[in-house]
Design a binder for this molecule. Structure first.
Ligand code: PLP
Length: 391
């Protein structure tokens, strides 16, 4: 049984759930988001496309939210912002647009989320070029540079901001500059970055995707930013809303909740990242000392402050997961999308880990309010499970 609540001294935008260490999969709705959703649902529930005054107000509020979002990512043209159901939809929309409107190739990193990787493979076939990452899970910029210099038919480069499985930060600023030099549009899936690290500068990417439920917002809500001059961009399915760029009645309460929460979090992110990173480093040292032979994936690279992907020395990761869960802890065997399936992690494959290693990985991802005591409790449980499995 989990306790969900807010510590008395906690930041209103940052919920804590005891024992929950799977924030990269999803996050509980924050108090700020819940309040914004509830207020908007009571006062501005009208259909933004209707012709009366109340609807025009919702239409205007959605435009205001576009301005707020554009401001957060430093994008000069709020009209570029499209609201949608989240990063899966946004990434699919970008790739299907490129597949449909160009004959060129897409160069994507080998560690993209399945909603980029699988979609690109299905839509583009041999028009997809996979860019390698190094052993620590970071894109090899030289490979991107060579690809852009040698191939004249690249229609899009797609490199995520931060990896969902091992948390490695990708050199998206450098990739963006390289793409600019070669005049190639750049798509950045920032679903794991937004709400965890400062978002400024992300709006320079030609295509940018994000998802509210990864940072305390409601599920089924997110956004896509497209280039201002991309007149051919169309909704995945037919419908007139958002200038035919995304069909379906706009979900203003969910958009308001996403933005309220993001605006509340953003100013504190730099400080919070530094503080939380100390807990994470402490926890990694404790885990590797308590369970000798444990390895931390991407240990030497810059990573999200909340993510530990560890390879345990023995026992199938599902045995760890179920035992930890029995003790009141939620962790993951990898990304939410690959856990529960037999498929080996493409991310770890790209980093040259063995299949055996892949079966022994645990992803532990903390939240904005996770304290040293929360980490201590988890590590205590890991020691208990380790002893149980050894005995
Ligand atoms: N991109 C990344 C990097 C993710 O981690 C996820 C979710 O796991 C997604 C995209 C999909 O996001 P959504 O749940 O909004 O569809």
């Amino acid at each position: 049984m989990f306790f969900t609540g807010w510590r008395p001294d906690s930041h209103a935008a940052s919920p804590i759930v005891q024992g929950y260490f799977d924030y990269n999969a999803t996050t509980p709705l924050s108090a700020t988001a819940a309040e914004a959703w509830s207020t908007a649902s009571r006062s501005h529930w009208h259909n933004a496309s209707s012709l009366y005054r109340e609807a025009a107000v919702v239409h205007q509020l959605l435009d205001d939210m576009r301005c707020e979002l554009a401001d957060l990512v430093e994008c000069d043209e709020p009209d570029r912002v499209i609201f949608n159901s989240g990063a899966t939809e946004a990434n699919n929309a970008v790739l299907s647009h490129i597949a449909r409107t160009t004959t060129g190739k897409v160069a994507a990193s080998a560690i993209e989320h399945p909603c980029v990787a699988d979609c690109a493979r299905a839509l583009l076939g041999d028009r997809l070029i996979e860019l390698p990452v190094d052993r620590s899970g970071v894109l090899e910029l030289d490979a991107l540079s060579a690809c852009l210099s040698e191939q004249s038919d690249i229609a899009l480069v797609s490199i995520m901001a931060a990896n969902n499985e091992c948390g490695t930060l990708q050199p998206w600023k450098e990739a963006l500059q390289l793409c600019k030099q070669h005049g190639v549009p750049y798509h950045c899936d920032a679903a794991q970055w937004i709400g965890k690290l400062p978002a400024r500068g992300l709006g320079e990417c030609d295509y940018l995707t994000g998802s509210a439920h990864k940072f305390g917002g409601p599920k089924g809500t997110g956004f896509l930013i497209i280039p201002e001059d991309d007149r051919r961009f169309r909704s995945l399915i037919g419908g007139p809303q958002q200038e035919e760029r995304r069909a379906g009645t706009e979900n203003y309460p969910a958009v308001a909740a996403m933005l309220a929460n993001w605006i509340a979090l953003e100013p504190s992110l730099k400080k919070l990242a530094a503080e939380q990173q100390q807990h994470r480093t402490w926890a990694e040292n404790e885990i590797t000392a308590a369970i000798p032979g444990t390895r931390i994936v991407g240990e030497k690279s810059d990573r999200l402050w909340n993510t530990i992907l560890c390879i345990l020395p023995a026992h199938d990761n599902r045995r760890w997961l179920t035992r930890l869960n029995r003790l009141g802890f939620c962790v993951s065997t990898g990304s939410a999308c690959s856990s529960g399936k037999e498929n080996p992690s493409r991310v770890l494959q790209a980093m040259s880990y063995s299949y055996e290693d892949m079966g022994r990985t645990l992803r532990i991802s903390s939240g904005w309010e996770t304290s040293r005591a929360d980490w201590e409790a988890l590590i205590g449980a890991m020691k208990e499970v380790s002893a149980e499995l050894a005995g």
